[in-house]
Design a protein. Structure first.
Ligand SMILES: Cc1ncc(COP(=O)(O)O)c(C=O)c1O
Length: 320
């Protein structure tokens, strides 16, 4: 893991004191937040946000302060930190939007950390799944290594989500605090898999990104032929789309029943009303599966064209 950080980013973490292996990124993020966030502390995080962040911040007694990403381009909006701000929790490449922050946006966030003396926790699980632009770890910006915990995992880069091998790298004093919490979460985990992970991390991640870029484009083109409007996605597994002015929560409840296709509404990742029409589709599937999904959505649109599904029973939505 130390060698991976050196090879890809020129960072030089000490493998003994500046790297902590975790049960996936999920445990790394939880341990870092539980270690660094106390009662009343504010955690700044991009909004929409991956759904594990807010519950852990609440568990630690803290609260989230959203930094909006603005659709359709998902650029960084207004960044404000309250007096209780302690931590910036940054996820880029970003789930659920697929946005990869650019150098100017990263510098804005780094400046905030330096000025307000914030510690950054960065969730970089999609670091190698970038199709447009490039991924730059926040820890590589000036004066950021000493205040940043970088979290990643094998899950996305090698399509090994079930292995749950993740890691946290950063300065020894911060990693020690993560280790202090991790000790009582799981102590250790997946040790045989860690040996395989070490081999996997030597492999070139580029071929997977090339394949996923083509799948992103395939799904985007297909969704448009089925009447959806797609938003840009520069990385991750995800592509967002709207269907007319349909409410995405209702749409996503209806689609499995009506079309046999599942998507997730952005209301699962954000409370902002502006994001209500947007649904997240995943393109990390076999080509045949993507083609079948597109075909089903086209038929669904041709058959019902329903944008206002009606409720029948507790859970089931049927075509109008
Ligand atoms: C943004 C983000 N962070 C963390 C994770 C979890 O990573 P892991 O499987 O390594 O625990 C995911 C998985 O979906 C994710 O999308």
């Amino acid at each position: 893991m130390a060698a991976h950080q050196r090879r890809h980013y020129g960072l030089e973490p000490d493998p003994v004191t500046e790297v902590q292996v975790t049960f996936g990124a999920t445990e790394g993020l939880a341990a870092a937040l539980l270690a660094l966030v106390g009662a009343g502390d504010e955690v700044l995080a991009l909004d929409p946000a991956y759904d594990s962040y807010a519950p852990i911040v609440r568990l630690a007694g803290g609260r989230m302060r959203p930094i909006p990403l603005e659709p359709p381009g998902w650029r960084l909006g207004e960044v404000e930190a309250g007096p209780a701000a302690r931590v910036l929790l940054l996820n880029s490449p970003h789930n659920p939007t697929g946005r990869v922050l650019d150098d100017g946006e990263l510098e804005r966030l780094a400046r905030l950390c330096r000025e307000r003396d914030l510690i950054a926790i960065t969730d970089e699980v999609y670091e190698h799944l970038v199709y447009d632009g490039r991924h730059v770890p926040l820890a590589t910006l000036p004066e950021m290594w000493e205040r940043t915990l970088t979290v990643s995992s094998l899950g996305k880069t090698h399509s090994l989500t079930g292995w749950k091998v993740g890691w946290v790298t950063g300065p020894a004093d911060l990693v020690e605090r993560v280790r202090g919490v991790k000790q009582f979460l799981s102590f250790a985990g997946g040790t045989p898999l860690q040996h395989a992970a070490a081999v996997g991390l030597e492999l070139d991640p580029a071929p997977l990104a090339v394949a996923l870029r083509a799948k992103r484009d395939r799904l985007a083109a297909g969704l448009r032929t089925a009447g959806f409007e797609t938003l840009p996605s520069a990385g991750t597994y995800f592509l967002n789309a709207t269907f007319g002015d349909a409410d995405a929560t209702q749409l996503c409840q209806a689609l499995p029943h009506e079309a046999g296709v599942a998507a997730i509404p952005l209301s699962a990742f954000s409370e902002r009303p502006a994001l209500r029409p947007i649904a997240r589709f995943a393109f990390c599937k076999r080509e045949q599966v993507l083609d079948e999904a597109i075909e089903r959505l086209r038929k669904w649109k041709a058959g019902s064209g329903s944008t206002r599904p009606r409720r029948r029973g507790a859970e089931v939505w049927t075509p109008v």
